[in-house]
Design a protein around this ligand. Structure first.
Ligand SMILES: Cc1cc2nc3c(=O)[nH]c(=O)nc-3n(C[C@H](O)[C@H](O)[C@H](O)COP(=O)(O)O)c2cc1C
Length: 404
């Protein structure tokens, strides 16, 4: 199967031009033995490389290339399949764009092409090349070396609560903070439901008779709020996950929730209800009524796992939550992934136009956080900062810039 991979990267300091031509000579020989062809464009700072060949050979070579210290800030832009090679004559050719006049450089690239049909202006590969040679698509966001300038320092902010669950509690809760790392503030605490023995949420829900599911879901929030109060959350915000149907199916659901909040000495303004997009869209009209009640009560609303399901942007055209939490599937390795970067960038633009706050979920690497922070996101949740802790709040790891 003939596959095509395009990535962009940046030349590491200290690598010379003769060194680059040597690299290309070796690459040409190596690629020929692997049946890989392509082109390496260089503009004096950035590379754009097209690799084409058998899928497994391209993947293995790309893994090698990613580890090469002669470049950094590697962002994969495209992976696709093709019926024919676009640069079939060459093992690999280095084309220094500075050797060509701007008006002729595209023509020069096209002359290296072997498939006139594939190198048409409708071709995505050619469009990536064109954007690159005309100086677009560069990314001046923090590069990989930026991550090394930061280190994390753990700090416990909340008293360790007595984590023995109450005998009468039907379930337990683990708490995970949502943080603003540069301000070193906790913006809210998410209460994640666990089974009575501390097992995953699915175990708890699976143990319930289906007709009791929504009622039990709603009732469980009392215990989350009680635990939060015990931990001394003060006026911090608390996020509760709710099946949207619990708000629809259980009569007076919002009143029950308000009562639970009041019984624990908290106020509605510090409570955020999180629902996932798929569940909302399946019974939207009913949910919308419940949502209006929530809003009128002062409780705010967040869409959880945004991007993981099917509702997506159309849901946002129908109603706008206070917060939107971008699913981890769009966050993992975003610093290396061009399509994820483009999608998250679009979500940021969209939410900013609607004044919807964004939280990036599932952040595990400093590089991910740095990319997202530079893109304009300020709130984060993930193992990088704090893991969920049963019956309590783990110390938060705050980032500090290393002193040079
Ligand atoms: C921008 C850039 C592009 C590269 N392209 C190729 C290539 O197309 N083929 C190749 O064999 N090596 C390429 N290399 C070099 C590889 O990273 C690596 O050095 C080479 O595959 C030899 O790997 P080895 O020393 O593990 O055998 C490239 C390096 C850089 C920095």
């Amino acid at each position: 199967m003939l596959s095509t991979l395009i990535y962009r990267s940046r030349l590491s300091p200290g690598v010379t031009l003769p060194g680059l031509y040597q690299l290309a000579d070796k690459a040409r020989v190596n690629n020929a033995s692997l049946e890989i062809t392509g082109i390496l464009l260089f503009d004096g700072d950035y590379f754009l490389q097209i690799l084409e060949g058998p899928l497994s050979a391209v993947n293995t070579l790309f893994e090698h290339i990613c580890e090469d210290p002669r470049h950094y800030h590697i962002v994969q832009l495209m992976r696709d399949y093709a019926s024919a090679r676009r640069f079939g004559n060459l093992g690999m050719e280095l084309l220094d764009l500075r050797d060509h006049a701007q008006e002729t450089v595209m023509q020069t690239v096209l002359q290296h092409g072997t498939s006139k049909y594939q190198l048409s202006y409708d071709d995505r590969v050619l469009k990536f090349i064109e954007t690159f040679v005309t100086g677009g698509g560069r990314d001046d966001r923090p590069a990989n070396d930026d991550a090394r300038q930061w280190h994390l320092v753990s700090e416990a902010r909340f008293q360790t609560a007595d984590d023995t669950p109450s005998d009468s509690a039907p379930c337990q809760f683990a708490f995970q903070p949502i943080v603003e790392p540069l301000k070193r503030t906790i913006s809210s605490l998410e209460a994640l439901i666990r089974s009575p023995s501390g097992g995953p949420a699915q175990d708890y829900f699976a143990s319930l008779p289906p007709e009791k599911l929504y009622e039990a879901d709603l009732q469980s929030k009392y215990w989350a709020l009680k635990q939060a109060k015990k931990m001394g959350i003060g006026r911090n915000k608390i996020s509760l996950n709710l099946l949207p149907m619990s708000l629809v199916v259980v009569p007076d659901a919002v009143d029950i929730l308000l009562d639970q909040i009041a019984r624990n000495g908290l106020i509605p303004d510090q409570v955020i209800v999180e629902v996932t997009e798929d569940e909302v869209i399946s019974r939207f009209d009913e949910f919308e009524r419940a949502m209006r009640q929530l809003r009128c009560s002062g409780i705010s609303l967040a869409i959880d796992d945004f991007g993981a399901g099917f509702a997506g942007l159309s849901l946002l055209s129908r109603f706008q939550p206070d917060k939107l939490k971008i699913d981890r599937s769009l966050i993992t390795d975003i610093h290396h992934d061009g399509p994820k970067q483009a999608i998250v960038q679009a979500i940021i633009t969209c939410c900013s136009a609607m004044e919807i706050g964004i939280v990036a979920e599932g952040v595990e690497k400093i590089e991910e956080w740095r990319w997202l922070e530079a893109a304009g996101i300020q709130r984060f949740q993930g193992y990088l900062f704090a893991r969920p802790k049963l019956g309590g709040i783990a110390p938060v790891a705050w980032p500090y810039r290393r002193e040079s």
